[in-house]
Design a protein around this ligand. Structure first.
Ligand SMILES: [Zn+2]
Length: 361
């Protein structure tokens, strides 16, 4: 086991030379930082400007539909996990932007029970319609098992390195499910509360309004996962919706428009909903219990923590300091706390070689 303390790191964002695709130049600047061009800094928009921009985006999505007099009951599907960012986004979309959201939760059976309980309170306080999609436990376990067992295969490396071990199947399921729902209900916009480092809209869209084509999301994210599952062979336990074309549907990365300030987010949802972070999740997730196991397997496979990449994006955009990347890289992960989940997924051998704690494996 090597220590991440000995790794040479980018002087600006903190990414280590062990990180996938990273090269440091003679000034110890990584290729992401040396290529990085600051874009229009949307995070400086105040909330009134942000609300106007989002209202106009919604209007443009429905301009044709409105002419035909067929506006659906809801303007936007909100990907609502009950975590801090999606809770905050849902409240702002309803209260400050005046939209009619339909909150959708895909329950992967590993959501924190405390987070699920809080959902009821938040949804009641906001008066928002809500749908929970919950595939069978057998189906979810099978998807996660297949995904974790393919992690060492070279042909899937680029997907795992970007999307994670369990986030890839989970988001494939979420995107497939909400795509069907949007198509069936006539909703043309899906909002996600990714923090600014989690999604790079510019990479996925050629549109100048910053919305992401949902067809692109299906193509780059869901279809490759679906193809991998098909390759493994048919299994009656798997209940993964066949990806539909997302034509006419757009993804709104909410925090590309609305200022992202973690302290303000936590203060707002604490004041409004008495929200607090569940104690049973790891430091990088406020709702998912399997995230820690994902990080442990990821570190073992790739030699660094997946969150280093996300946080480094936030360092470049001015949302975090470099120290945040170093803290994640050096965080010791307690493998004992996920032994039960690993056992259920028959992945206990994967983590058993690491002792009770894991740093860089
Ligand atoms: Zn860098």
């Amino acid at each position: 086991m090597s220590s991440s303390n000995n790794i040479k790191r980018c002087s600006r964002c903190g990414l280590g030379e062990n990180t996938h695709g990273i090269n440091l130049n003679s000034k110890d600047l990584c290729n992401y930082c040396s290529d990085w061009i600051p874009k229009e800094n949307k995070v400086n928009f105040n909330t009134v400007d942000a609300a106007n921009i989002i209202q106009n985006l919604v209007k443009s999505q429905y301009s044709q539909v409105t002419t035909n007099g067929k506006r659906p009951k809801h303007d936007v599907i909100v990907l609502y996990s009950g975590g801090k960012d999606s809770t905050y986004m849902l409240a702002r979309l309803k209260r400050d932007i005046g939209l009619r959201p339909l909150a959708v939760t895909v329950d992967n059976w590993f959501l924190s029970s405390k987070s699920m309980e809080k959902q009821t309170e938040v949804l009641g306080a906001l008066g928002v319609d809500h749908i929970t999609i919950r595939p069978s436990l057998d189906s979810i376990l099978e998807l996660f098992k297949i995904s974790a067992n393919k992690v060492n295969e070279k042909e899937f490396e680029k997907f795992y390195s970007k999307y994670g071990i369990f986030c890839w199947p989970c988001f494939s399921l979420i995107y497939s499910s909400v795509c069907s729902l949007a198509k069936n209900s006539g909703i043309r916009l899906i909002a996600g509360g990714w923090s600014p480092g989690q999604i790079n809209a510019g990479k996925h869209t050629s549109r100048n309004d910053g919305l992401i084509s949902f067809s692109e999301v299906i193509k780059i994210y869901v279809e490759p996962f679906h193809q991998m599952i098909l390759k493994v062979g048919s299994n009656s336990e798997i209940d993964l919706p066949v990806p539909q074309d997302g034509e006419g549907i757009s993804l709104l990365p909410f925090f590309n428009y609305w200022p992202y300030d973690e302290a303000e987010i936590i203060k707002y949802i604490t004041d409004e909903f008495n929200w607090d972070k569940p104690k049973d999740t790891d430091g990088c997730s406020s709702n998912c219990l399997i995230n820690l196991l994902d990080r442990i397997i990821y570190r073992k496979r790739f030699g660094f923590d997946r969150y280093e990449l996300q946080l480094a994006n936030m360092v470049r955009s001015g949302h975090l300091t470099r120290q945040a990347v170093l803290d994640i890289a050096n965080e010791r992960l307690d493998a004992d706390s996920v032994k039960k989940i690993a056992y259920d997924l028959e992945l206990d051998k994967i983590i058993s070689t690491q002792g009770s704690e894991s740093n860089v494996c």
